[in-house]
Design a protein around this ligand. Structure first.
Ligand code: HEM
Length: 421
């Protein structure tokens, strides 16, 4: 009898490697694929078989909707903190594409410009406050600025008195998803409070007690209809509204890393003074490639298939290495060096540069908010370079690659802030 010879793919030793993942953080998948010299390996994570994959070919595979589905892939601990339960991230097929269109319709260049104007306005107002303080923590300030701007832009009423608490809650949901212990639980507690707050607002919009402007994210989410023509359940509408505001607040992480890069590579601070958009663009891309934010993504095999001689079985959990693909030496020269100029030569590619996922946003799960992210980062960058002067006092600027998500330990303290004349 003829038997086909299947290549044995590497298997990570151990009954369960969840602890190993927790110990290696952002480097978990890549350290194994490097050791095994293989784009894929089998392991056991969270009590189940899982296949980890890394690199451009892997990301191309992962976004094949015929082969993978999202339903049943995200762990409850992530849904109860980061994404919300049963939201857009867990949908598939036509229903997903329809829901996705709602998000994409709110991320147009006009929307981006409106949001950027608000961020700029609030940054300007903040300078006077900062000039009176010895020092400020940039991450904390940016989180509040972005939360204020995101709520204004989307039409969500938010008082100055509530701003800080709400901004903290959005940020805690992000901080919680990869964490254990108090960090995790702060996010678990923050989410229902925000869901309750926004559920009430959406209810008021639907009954006309609160007037939302047509075209605003609040209005469009409140009156979005599914493929059957039904309004979203009120809790789901709140969850999807959070899926717009929370990640805007999270851009504070990238802005903090941008400030770190300006400090560590002062030559770019000089270059960026001219306000040259392509210089800004390359810097922002390199911040998104170089610094860690999303570690990896999960999906389940939809139907059996073979890739690189390995049989993927229906239902198997597959993790795509986001951080490792952005640091793959086959795609990026000296991948651990910060070098915005690498983007001068770069050929745009949907699968090799995946800080916010791969593939096309309208067809698959790639982040719809990349345009907004890039625009807000450019706005903040110009602000840091051209609108204020500041000192960077001695502090712990190191960031962990084990902790998910991560940030420079000090949150980036700046002192002697002055408005540039
Ligand atoms: C802070 C910067 C951001 C990062 C690092 C980021 C990263 C990601 C990643 C990795 C995904 C998953 C892609 C996948 O599952 O294949 C995603 C999805 C998503 N992001 Fe972002 N994102 C950011 C900002 C934003 C912004 C500003 C928005 C909206 C204003 C947004 C809204 C979403 C939504 C709604 C999804 C789910 C898409 C889907 O499942 O179809 N994100 N993002």
């Amino acid at each position: 009898m003829h038997m086909s010879v299947k290549q044995q793919i590497p298997k990570e030793k151990g009954m369960d490697n969840t602890l190993n993942l927790a110990r290696k953080g952002y480097l978990y998948i890549k350290s194994n694929t490097d050791t095994y010299d293989s784009d894929l390996y089998e392991t056991r994570l969270m009590g189940q078989k899982a296949v980890c994959i890394s690199g451009e070919e892997a990301s191309n595979l992962f976004y094949d909707e015929d082969l993978f589905q999202r339903h049943g892939a995200a762990p409850m601990r992530v849904q109860k903190t980061l994404t919300g339960v049963d939201a857009v991230q867990t949908m598939d097929g036509d229903a997903h594409r329809h829901r996705k269109q709602l998000f994409l319709s709110l991320m147009t260049p006009d929307h981006q410009k409106h949001l950027a104007d608000l961020v700029r306005e609030r940054c300007q107002v903040s300078i006077s406050k900062w000039e009176m303080e010895d020092e400020i923590i940039l991450f904390d300030e940016m989180k509040d600025i972005l939360c204020w701007a995101a709520c204004r832009w989307s039409g969500i009423p938010l008082t100055e008195a509530d701003l800080k608490e709400r901004a903290d809650s959005f940020s805690e949901m992000v901080d919680a998803f990869g964490a254990a212990g108090p960090r995790h639980w702060r996010g678990r507690i923050a989410r229902p409070l925000i869901e309750e707050w926004l559920t009430e607002i959406i209810e008021n919009v639907r009954t006309g007690r609160y007037e939302a402007i047509a075209g605003s994210p609040l209005y469009e989410v409140a009156f979005h209809k599914d493929l059957e023509g039904n309004l979203l359940g009120i809790e789901m509408a709140a969850i999807e509204l959070i899926n717009i505001i929370r990640p805007i607040v999270a851009i504070a992480i990238y802005i903090t890393f941008s400030a770190l890069a300006l400090y560590d590579y002062p030559e770019y601070k000089e270059k960026l003074k001219s306000g040259d958009p392509s210089e800004q663009g390359r810097f922002v891309q390199e911040v998104r490639r170089h610094y860690p934010l999303a570690p990896f993504l999960g999906a389940r095999v939809k139907k059996d298939f073979t890739w690189k001689n390995y049989d993927f079985k229906e239902g198997t959990l597959v993790l795509l290495d986001v951080y490792g693909t952005n640091h793959d030496s086959r795609l990026w020269d000296t991948p651990y060096e910060f070098d915005p100029d690498r983007f001068k030569e770069w050929q745009e590619n949907l699968y090799s540069f995946i800080p916010q996922g791969g593939g096309e946003p309208a067809k698959g799960h790639r982040c719809p908010g990349e345009g907004i992210t890039v625009e807000m980062m450019k706005t903040a960058l110009d602000f840091l370079v051209n609108q204020i002067d500041y000192d960077v006092p001695k502090q712990n600027l190191s960031y962990s690659l084990i902790k998910i998500p991560t940030l420079p330990k000090s949150g980036f303290v700046i002192s002697n802030v002055k408005r540039k004349s």
